[in-house]
Ligand binder design. Structure first.
Ligand code: 13P
Ligand code: ZN
Ligand code: NA
Length: 282
């Protein structure tokens, strides 16, 4: 069943758990995420970034995820991750995505507000949920470089941002970064709590690959309702493929190594659904 983010994130917020949002790159990854969700009776979000969308098109990924959702019984969201323009957000809306992120975090506060508000006003008549970002997630996601300057979300700005844009969920900068970490991430739990105190919509954690599970759980306690995992899924998939190709160098059937990658992704996603606390919530 394909649903909007609001349908599952508001429940998660009320229940004090989070829903995992997993970046999918191909059919096998979609299948793996759905299988994990079905087995654990967990709601789930699948998402694609602009570069993934460029690779095959919104319609290809949506068709895969819709098929998965139809075969399963758990609620599934199809989300545009880090939408980098109003135009792409509208393309995803028209294609049938049920949730859209507009990432204006690299813009000025006022420009971020105006683009996030415009996307929200365009999506809400169709009851499609909108995520925006304020503050910065470090590292490089797609072609958006988080940079190193003043990454933390200001709680008072967050309050004003949410009031003026009407967005449904907010990605916050609290010290996580996209990709793998060199050391341990230095997460500002206090800032998260301060944001939670003045903002009442679900909060989103980005850059979660490489964040220790205990730190993720602490973030969920403090108001995070959506947890994004991307890099680690790609690592898991590629590990599965590489291992089977190393063992059987003569393999030429994409089904063989696709299945090996799929198995690794499923295992990873199941472990993260447990961290999120979404098991049995479907
Ligand atoms: P990671 O690649 O660190 O898991 O970040 C995922 C993310 O934030 C996707 O938007
Ligand atoms: Zn992200
Ligand atoms: Na990360």
């Amino acid at each position: 069943m394909l649903v909007t983010s609001n349908e599952i994130l508001l429940k998660a917020q009320a229940g004090g758990y989070a829903v995992g949002a997993f970046n999918v790159e191909n059919m096998e990854m979609v299948q793996a995420v759905l299988e994990a969700a079905e087995e654990l009776k967990s709601p789930v979000i699948m998402q694609t970034t602009p570069s993934t969308v460029t690779y095959a098109g919104l319609d290809y990924y949506l068709a895969n995820v819709k098929t998965a959702a139809k075969r399963g019984s758990v609620p599934v969201v199809m989300h545009l991750d880090h939408g980098n323009s109003f135009e792409l957000a509208m393309q995803a809306l028209r294609a049938g995505y049920t949730s859209i992120m507009i990432d204006g975090s690299h813009e000025s506060f006022e420009k971020n507000i105006s683009v996030s508000k415009a996307v929200t006003e365009a999506c809400h008549p169709s009851e499609i949920s909108v995520e925006a970002e304020l503050g910065k997630v470090g590292g490089k996601e797609d072609d958006l470089d988080g940079g190193d300057d003043n990454p933390y979300t200001d709680p008072q700005e967050a309050k004003e941002f949410v009031e003026r844009t009407g967005v449904d969920s907010l990605a916050v900068g609290i010290g996580t970064a996209h990709g793998v970490y060199k050391g341990e991430p230095n997460i500002q739990f206090d800032i998260l709590s301060q944001i939670k105190e003045v903002v009442d919509i679900p909060l989103v954690l980005h850059g979660t690959s490489g964040v220790p599970d205990e730190a993720v759980k602490e973030c969920i306690k403090r108001g995070i309702c959506k947890v994004n995992y991307a890099t680690d899924l790609r690592i898991a998939y590629t590990k599965g493929v590489k291992e089977i190709l190393a063992e059987n160098p003569d393999t030429i059937d994409p089904k063989n190594y696709g299945a090996a990658g799929r198995k690794e992704v499923k295992k990873y996603v199941m472990s993260k659904m447990k961290v999120c606390g979404s098991v049995g919530k479907a």
